[in-house]
Design a protein around this ligand. Structure first.
Ligand code: TTP
Ligand code: MG
Length: 241
């Protein structure tokens, strides 16, 4: 990819149905490598923003730019591969662990896949599988634990090596030890890439370059954790109960 991971929204309005606008006048700028976190109550529009970063929909008004290229209204089906990788959606298929990782970049060598798995913190559990990287996964990866599936998703994203990432943090109940492994893998993956994180863990939010607090389709507050705490507004309420 030629893209650096610079992403800008300028006065973006969007609705899944043009009669019902769900995002209002969204402005944001992510420098290459920055970590942007979205917080806010259910239905606020966090997932919708990430859908637009992935360019899954046309916007009604405004501009979305990657490196000064306005992509808000052009059709570009392969954009998802070149820019955002959504980690939530793992889609494991029947095939070996190696092939499932390679899906991130179809011409990747075994060495590249193993390197990605190491970065993702997935290598150790893979080595312990009955046939290591040649272990065949069932269709939905049901012979793996949820945490292991997440580690594979991180490895797959690492092999794709995108300039920007979208992470919808799982609220799912994985055990603390696995959770720590997944966190470590994600941190390594985010390093040096623009990351848009729908954050559920305070630890993720705290080190973000900018936290966007969303309410009813608008960004109502933004700043670092410390700035938002000082503001004593919505974010402060969210995190002090
Ligand atoms: P979301 O963007 O899904 O809100 P959210 O991600 O902040 O909520 P949650 O924390 O629960 O994940 O929804 C914003 C509005 O858009 C909401 O009214 C539902 C609507 N919507 C659709 O109509 N179609 C869609 O595909 C999605 C994702 C949302
Ligand atoms: Mg959501």
């Amino acid at each position: 990819s030629e893209l650096t991971g610079e992403v800008e929204f300028e006065n973006v309005d969007f609705g899944y149905n043009p009669d019902k606008i769900v995002l209002h006048d969204i402005n944001m700028y992510a420098k290459p490598g920055q970590k942007i976190a979205f917080v806010g109550s259910t239905g606020a529009g966090k997932t919708t923003i990430t859908n637009l970063i992935n360019r899954f929909y046309d916007i009604q008004d405004g501009k979305i730019r990657y490196d000064n290229i306005n992509i808000g209204k052009i059709r570009k089906p392969d954009l998802r591969r070149s820019l955002g990788i959504v980690l939530q959606d793992t889609h494991l298929f029947t095939g070996t662990v190696m092939d499932n990782i390679r899906y991130g970049k179809l011409d990747a060598t075994d060495e590249e896949c193993i390197k990605a798995a190491k970065l993702a913190n997935a290598h150790d559990f893979i080595k312990r599988l009955p046939d290591g990287y040649n272990t065949v996964l069932t269709g939905d990866g049901s012979n793996l634990s949820q945490g292991q599936r997440q580690l594979l998703a991180i490895a797959r994203a690492a092999v794709a090596d995108p300039p920007a990432l979208i992470l919808d943090e799982a609220t799912s109940s994985i055990d603390t030890r696995t959770e720590a492994m997944v966190s470590k893998g994600m941190d390594a993956l985010m390093e040096g890439r623009t990351s848009f994180v729908i954050a559920h863990r305070l630890s993720t939010v705290k080190d973000a370059d900018c936290i966007m607090v969303m309410e009813q389709g608008r960004i109502i507050e933004r700043g670092t954790h410390d700035q938002l705490i000082d503001m004593k507004g919505r974010y402060y309420q969210l995190y002090t109960g």
